[in-house]
Design a protein around this ligand. Sequence first.
Ligand code: GUN
Ligand code: ZN
Length: 428
Amino acid sequence: MLKVYRGELLHFLADPAKVALEDSYQYIEDGLLIIKDGLIEQVGEAAQLLSSLDENIEITHYESGLMMPGFIDTHVHYPQTEMIASYGEQLLEWLENYTFPFERKFSDFEHGKKVAEFFLTQLLEAGTTTALVFGTVHKESVDAFFTVAQQKKLRMICGKVLMDQNCPDYLSDTAQTGYDDSKALIEKWHGTERLQYAITPRFAPTCSTEQLNKAGQLLAENPSVYLHTHLSENKAEIAWVKDLFPDSDGYLDVYDKSKLLGRRSVFAHGVHLHDSECQRLGETDSAIAFCPSSNLFLGSGLFNLKQAQAFDVNVGFGSDIGAGTTFSMLSTINEGYKTQQLRSDKLSPFQSFYLATLGGAVALDLEGTIGNFTKGAEADFIVLDYNATPLMDRRMQHCSNLSEKLFILSMLGDERHVKATHIMGERV
Ligand code: GUN
Ligand code: ZN
């Protein structure tokens, strides 16, 4: 079944940091997106493609707006939805005081389903169509999340948290039960429709060496699943890891020793990395989730994007809800731009929209499947609206090129500027 959409259209073909800018994207002022059975069939100039279509075919015309691939959120916690905007603490106290008590409730499958329903609706309204998502320690939290994601036909990655030390008893598993529960969840969900599993040790401080090693064993046994954790977010956290793992050569090395690095490994934050750690992430093809909203909110620091790029580390954007304060990737880009300004670095509009779409897909090893309009990719796409607010509308009247347009969208935009979200070609 064909579905055809007409309008202004943008998608990325490569990383603008690695190729000539004009080779990194395709932009068509009046384009057609032709979708067959939920997958991209063809994209091109309307003037050229219209004549090839059956004249009876219905065309949805988005006359004012920009069609682009759905945003990809490479790090987010669905169980933290209801504790977003919790005041006053930095990472470790924030976890103790707010996060852990909220996560306790996710032993209840029905509670998980309710929150997952709300969370996924918020994501879709913000134009995010794929995310790499933390559950809680309870396997019910992942069952609930995947149940709702499957109903919505989404491409989502989630996993049960592993933590067996330095956490409340009510949130603790053991190396063995964590392994067994994760394995059962992999068998149940990984590869079911568009759902994939991520082995999810919370972070080094809450995982014994035995638990991290078991996570590495499970990853080796299931090479197509993901590894998702936190890394070098906060200075007190890093000092704690040094105390807890005196034999390791730095934070990343704790994970490396347990064989947790690789093409499908995603490390959230990486705000305070040494060059040698970036090099190791690059050579193992691991990815970093850059979470500027969270890094500012928790006062964690300013991610060094240039450093990651210098070592060829894959990077995507993460909202990191509930430490991040927005579901919107437009707002996340906005915060990302400001973090780079504070480092005296420039985050260009092309670079940031790349990171929010194709860059996220590359970070998740899903290029060709999502993230751009390449033939055969899943047709998860959005339409951004320049006129949704009077201020953006007015500012756009003084805009002279695509770069400026993207910049304005990301500085002034949020959920209000997402006119439509499409999943496998269908508007939701
Ligand atoms: N490090 C360990 N757990 C968490 C969490 O839930 N949020 C953030 N931002 N960092 C963490
Ligand atoms: Zn996080």
